[in-house]
Structures are given as structure tokens and as C-alpha cells.
Design a binder for this molecule. Structure first.
Ligand code: 4AD
Ligand code: MG
Length: 426
């Protein structure tokens, strides 16, 4: 039986299994707090109530041993979850060595023992929120009639900036790990029209910040026949849907993580604020930050913008010079693009998206601007040669939204095994 079920049931003879979370005892009694994926249960082994072998066995149990316990369940207000198991039978399913993680370990020690730290209630809570975020993304787009579609991870060209590429030896050639599904997604909409994916994504960004990983999961959508407004609407819609799902299913986890949920409730219940880049620059100026027009917004600037509102902020119409080659120009204003970022407090950008440029000549010019050879993009350019339609899409950084929803200091805790410039193991 699961521990949660035992806690709900309160009484009766039951068998539970789990791992020893804490243990202490005296000459006559041994207390084990046992955990499973959902909760903890206090179990007591009394010397005079069990056969001698059981008592002897109980003396050998160490933290993180896997055990099966049978006994009588009783309500006990002193026990951490309000019930206590009076143990009669005990099986050690898997013995434990001395567990290397005890109280108050350094971040470095926890990172080196990440495979064991995953068992903590802290990581358990985050991993459950992570699950809900993934399900929430998929559910939203399925409800809106989008198909799940997949792009290759080995790719022949860049899509989001040549300097951030991981290259991999591919027999006698060299290929790159995917920075985005986008160029392949744009080919896919001509068949399926509306599509989404959730996939591993790689960026060789040598930035040791709290919001960059070298391997992360990006959830992306691409939509045929769209207008720029549709892209922004779905970006907002899916964030709201994910937040609503987490608030509905993860209250316990948010409590463990000590997340103040007012910000999440506000995001769920109210429209997001939308600002053009120009308005964002003016707002920053009012608050003492002078950003010359044409500069990208950095983390500090994104944070200052977010601090002015109770809900996430969508910034649109960024300068063309700071955005990717495929973004559609704002009509009559070639210095700005129909691109949008969704920003949240504490993390900054969680979504980047745009309406896509349809004019093949403009795309070619901008590829050249970026020092790329248009010849290598013939697959992509074909999407504009055979029945091109207005379309657009965005990418949501899963670890970033998870870090925000959980209120984490860093995206590193939003993924089981973070990969950063300095760490690729365990
Ligand atoms: O803004 P980005 O670079 O957009 C794209 O890649 C588009 N091709 C997506 C699309 O339109 N289909 O990345 C999208 C999001 C960012 O907003 C951020 O949340 C996340 O991906 N991201 C990262 N997350 C963790 N570590 C990194 N190094 C990240 N780089 C981007
Ligand atoms: Mg971006």
C-alpha cells in the first residue's frame, strides 16, 4: 500500500514499502520514518512486541535502506503525519551503505551526489511540478487541435546563432546538436498545419548564470495561417494552462518549496501585460535604466520590467538587429520584428517566439547579415518556394517555467541532471 493511502485509512493491519528517511531509537524501541514517493510514515519497532530476529534486524537498518513493513496502524498526533505503524514484520529489501548526504551539505556536494539527492523531498517536489508542466504543455496544444511532431536532434545548420552550437563528429562529417526544432517545424506545418513538440535542446552558451543550461528541454509550437497576435495568444494561453494545472495538482509540492502562490494565481486569473519594445525602453527609462534603442534586454532589465506588474509581461516588436533571421519585419518598420518574449519575475525570458518572415529575399539577406551561406538553407528556403503561408511559433524553456513556478533560485534544480559549462556528470 502507498503511505498516502495508509495515512488516509488511519487504522488497520497494513503492509507498506519504502525507504528509511530517518531512524533513531533506544534499547527498547526503534523509530523509523519511512518515505515513498508521496509521503512519510512513522513506524515503531518495540523490542518486547516483536520476535527477536525482527528486533536484531531492526538494529542493522540504515538511512535509505529499502524496507517492507507490516503491522497495525494507529492514529498518533505526535507522529509527523498523524499515524504510526506498530511494526510486526520487517523485511530489508535492499540494504544501504552509509548515506553520503546528511544535513546541511554544500551545493557542490549535493551536485556531486545528484543521483542520490533526487530522493530528497525538495527534489521530489520539483520533479512532480516538472511532470505537471510537461503534461500541461502537451494537454493545452492537444486541446487546441495541434499534432505532436518531431524534428531531428542532429542538424546540418544553425538556427539560433552560430556561436552557441555544439558540433558532433558524424562519421566523416560534422553536425550540430539541435538548438531548436524550428526550421524543421516550418517544413512540417505544410503537412500538419498546427504542431508542437517537447524536446532536448542544446546550446554551447558559456554563460554561468542561474538561467542557462547547455542541455535543456524546449516546448515549441508552430502554426500555419497564423497572425502575430495568435502566437502571443497561445504563448499566454499555455503559460496560464500550465500554471492552473500546477495550482490544481501540486499544492503540497508548492508548500514544500515554500512558494508564495499569489503570483501564480494572478498569472492564472488575469491577462498578461503586453508592451512593445519601445514602451519597455520608456518604462525602463522612467525607472532609471537607460537602454539605447536597438540593444537587447538583459536579465536586469527584464527583471525591472517584471517588477512593475503583478502578471507576466509580453514584450513585442524587438529591434531586428538583435533577433534571429527568420522573424517577420513589422510592416513599414524594417528596424523592428514581429517577435515576442514572455518575461516573468526572478527568471526573465521564458518564451521566445515570432511571426515568420515569408519573403524569401528578406530571409536570404538576413542569413547573409549573420554570415551564413544561404545555399546551406535550401531545405528551409523551399518552405517559401512551394505554397508559403503566413505562420509563426514560439519556444518555451521548460526549466525556466519550472524554476519560476517553483520559485527556484536557478534553473539547475528544475532538471534531474543539470548540464552546464562546468558540469556534465553525474
Ligand atoms: O528565445 P529562443 O532562443 O527561441 C528559439 O529558439 C525559437 N526558435 C523558438 C521558436 O520560435 N520555436 O529560445 C526559446 C526559449 C527561451 O525563451 C528560454 O526560455 C529557453 O528557450 N532557453 C533556455 N533555457 C535554458 N538554458 C538555455 N541556455 C536556454 N536558451 C534558451
Ligand atoms: Mg530568446
Amino acid at each position: 500500500m502507498h503511505i498516502q493511502q495508509a495515512i488516509t485509512q488511519q487504522t488497520g493491519r497494513i503492509t507498506v514499502h519504502g525507504w528509511v528517511y530517518r531512524e533513531r531509537g533506544s534499547n527498547t524501541m526503534r523509530f523509523l520514518v519511512v518515505r515513498d514517493t508521496d509521503n512519510i510514515l512513522q513506524c515503531v519497532i518495540k523490542k518486547d512486541a516483536v520476535p527477536e530476529e525482527v528486533w536484531e534486524l531492526a538494529q542493522t537498518i540504515k538511512v535509505e535502506a529499502a524496507v517492507t513493513l507490516t503491522g497495525d496502524l494507529r492514529a498518533d498526533p505526535r507522529a509527523p503525519t498523524g499515524v504510526e505503524l506498530q511494526v510486526e514484520e520487517l523485511i530489508i529489501v535492499g540494504e544501504a551503505n552509509d548515506f553520503p548526504i546528511t544535513k546541511d551539505q554544500s551545493i557542490e556536494h549535493l551536485a556531486n551526489n545528484r543521483h542520490l539527492w533526487l530522493r530528497s523531498r525538495y527534489m521530489n517536489a520539483i520533479l512532480k511540478v516538472r511532470h505537471e508542466c510537461f503534461v500541461g504543455f502537451r494537454e493545452y496544444f492537444m486541446q487546441h487541435g495541434f499534432y505532436e511532431y518531431h524534428s531531428p536532434i542532429f542538424q546540418a545548420t544553425q538556427a539560433e546563432g552560430g556561436s552557441d552550437l555544439f558540433s558532433v563528429k558524424y562519421f566523416d562529417s560534422e553536425v550540430y546538436l539541435s538548438q531548436t526544432w524550428q526550421l524543421y517545424a516550418e517544413a512540417g506545418i505544410f503537412s500538419l498545419e498546427n504542431i508542437f513538440t517537447i524536446a532536448p535542446t542544446f546550446r554551447a552558451e558559456n554563460s554561468k548564470t542561474s538561467r542557462h543550461l547547455t542541455e535543456f528541454w524546449m516546448a515549441e509550437m508552430e502554426m500555419a495561417w497564423s497572425e502575430f497576435a495568435d502566437i502571443q495568444e497561445h504563448a499566454q494561453g499555455v503559460v496560464k494552462h500550465i500554471v492552473a494545472r500546477v495550482l490544481k495538482n501540486c499544492q503540497e509540492q508548492l508548500t514544500i518549496l515554500q512558494r508564495d502562490t499569489r503570483e501564480l494565481v494572478a498569472a492564472r486569473d488575469n491577462p498578461f501585460v503586453t508592451l512593445t519594445y519601445d514602451q519597455a525602453i520608456d518604462l525602463l527609462k522612467e525607472h532609471g535604466m537607460d537602454v539605447p534603442w536597438g540593444k537587447d534586454l538583459r536579465t536586469a532589465e527584464e527583471e525591472l520590467i517584471c517588477q512593475q506588474f503583478d502578471v507576466p509581461v509580453v514584450v513585442t516588436n524587438y529591434p531586428t538587429a538583435v533577433k534571429a533571421f527568420y522573424m517577420k519585419l513589422v510592416p513599414g518598420r524594417p528596424e523592428a520584428v514581429q517577435g515576442c518574449d514572455v518575461l516573468v519575475k526572478g527568471v526573465g525570458e521564458i518564451i521566445g517566439g515570432s511571426q515568420r518572415e515569408e519573403d524569401i529575399e528578406k530571409i536570404i539577406d538576413r542569413l547573409k547579415r549573420d554570415g551564413e551561406d544561404p545555399e546551406e538553407y535550401s531545405m528551409y528556403l523551399d518552405t517559401r518556394r512551394y505554397g508559403s503561408v503566413p505562420h509563426g511559433g514560439f519556444g518555451l524553456g521548460m526549466e525556466r517555467i519550472i524554476a519560476w513556478v517553483c520559485g527556484l533560485d536557478s534553473v539547475k534544480d528544475a532538471i534531474p541532471f543539470p548540464r552546464t559549462p562546468l558540469r556534465y556528470s553525474p
